[in-house]
Ligand binder design. Structure first.
Ligand SMILES: Cc1cc2nc3c(=O)[nH]c(=O)nc-3n(C[C@H](O)[C@H](O)[C@H](O)COP(=O)(O)OP(=O)(O)OC[C@H]3O[C@@H](n4cnc5c(N)ncnc54)[C@H](O)[C@@H]3O)c2cc1C
Length: 318
């Protein structure tokens, strides 16, 4: 018997669009199998598929009809010209009982298939999505928000693409047993991208349009430098640059030097006793710089930091 796959393809239809802020739109999708969809954490990642060059999503809808399928194998087997473009997104909310799932898109222009679709989408439009299948037991995959149970201090750092995940994270903070001190830095394109969010954290909204000539990520870095982390991290036993970490059994250098042009996907590796946790998701080079600052300059053990490049300036994410 074929092994069941954690992620499966869903045939989804746009039910409604809601303008969340100037640059962010929430799409609520429904579909025959959305009642069987699962989400395990607020940064649950999914893929959405967009037709290429006037092509169609029909081959994916055919695969979605099969009760058990290896979506990735079937997708890769499609001829290049017919293979739809895939982009990563986040489940903002799932209401399986109503067969509804929300995904929020940044409208960044007409230059990519996802944003192009989002600018024009109307109720009734169909897409294909891969997401976890609730009926598959076993390892729960596809998310990185894994706060240690005894954490006392959390930093959440996001640009607009990671705001849907970060907004969901804020809604879960009350579940943490020791009520950690949480600070969240959110950089957004415009002042009217500020939205009301759960209040369990000290929020810093950083709007690029408020600062002339400001580059993507500049405000995040400035706001991070404004927090007096050196003292806090020293109190945890961290030391700047080439620090020897105290959280692993083997002594490892703490210095970070990522490949500038490579992807960035560095999940934290810590256990429930870790006192500090940083979750960073943003444009890749921005996320790299923020990570390096925390690890190399502030001496935060790298095991405490999850950092993810959600997109890359000037490069399609396909
Ligand atoms: C795990 C994960 C979860 C994500 N969740 C979300 C989410 O919930 N909502 C969301 O909006 N995005 C999210 N993203 C980011 C999204 O996948 C990228 O922004 C993606 O590039 C958009 O695809 P596109 O087809 O619009 O543009 P692409 O074809 O990938 O890129 C075309 C051009 O647009 C530029 N570009 C891409 N994104 C942006 C942007 N945001 N601002 C300015 N320029 C951009 C690229 O640099 C490139 O030059 C997530 C990414 C990951 C890895």
């Amino acid at each position: 018997m074929a092994a069941k796959h954690n992620y499966q393809l869903f045939d989804i239809t746009l039910a409604r669009r809601t303008q969340v802020s100037a640059s962010l739109v929430r799409f609520t999708f429904t579909g025959p199998d959305v009642g069987h969809m699962a989400t395990y954490a607020p940064d649950q990642r999914i893929k959405l598929f967009f037709p290429k060059g006037g092509g169609s999503l029909d081959p994916l809808f055919e695969i979605a009809k099969l009760e058990e399928h290896d979506w990735y194998g079937a997708y890769r087997a499609l001829p290049d010209a017919q293979r739809p473009s895939a982009r990563s997104y986040t489940i903002r909310a799932l209401r399986a009982e109503k067969a509804e799932v929300d995904v929020e898109f940044v409208l960044h222009g007409d230059n990519g298939p996802a944003s192009h679709w989002a600018m024009r989408a109307r109720p009734g439009d169909r897409l294909a999505m891969t997401a976890p299948n609730a009926s598959v037991e076993g390892i729960k995959l596809g998310y990185e928000w894994k706060p240690p149970q005894n954490v006392r201090r959390i930093l959440i750092i996001a640009d607009e693409t990671a705001l849907p995940a970060a907004a969901g994270i804020l809604e879960t903070l009350d579940d943490l047993p020791l009520k950690p001190r949480v600070e969240a830095l959110f950089e957004v394109p415009r002042s009217d991208d500020v939205q009301p969010l759960a209040q369990a954290a000290k929020l810093h909204w950083l709007a690029r349009d408020a600062e002339h000539g400001c580059q993507h990520g500049d405000l995040l870095m400035r706001a991070l430098r404004d927090i007096d982390l050196h003292r806090e991290i020293q109190a945890l036993g961290g030391t700047p640059a080439n620090a020897t970490t105290s959280t692993t059994t083997s002594a490892t250098t703490n210095n970070e030097s990522d490949d500038e042009d490579g992807p960035l996907w560095e999940p934290a590796t810590l256990d429930d006793s870790a006192p500090f946790y940083a979750w960073i998701a943003a444009e890749t080079k921005v996320a790299m710089k923020l990570r390096r600052y925390l690890v190399n300059e502030c001496g935060l053990p790298k095991q405490y930091v999850t950092s993810m490049g959600y997109w890359r300036q000037g490069k399609a994410n396909g």
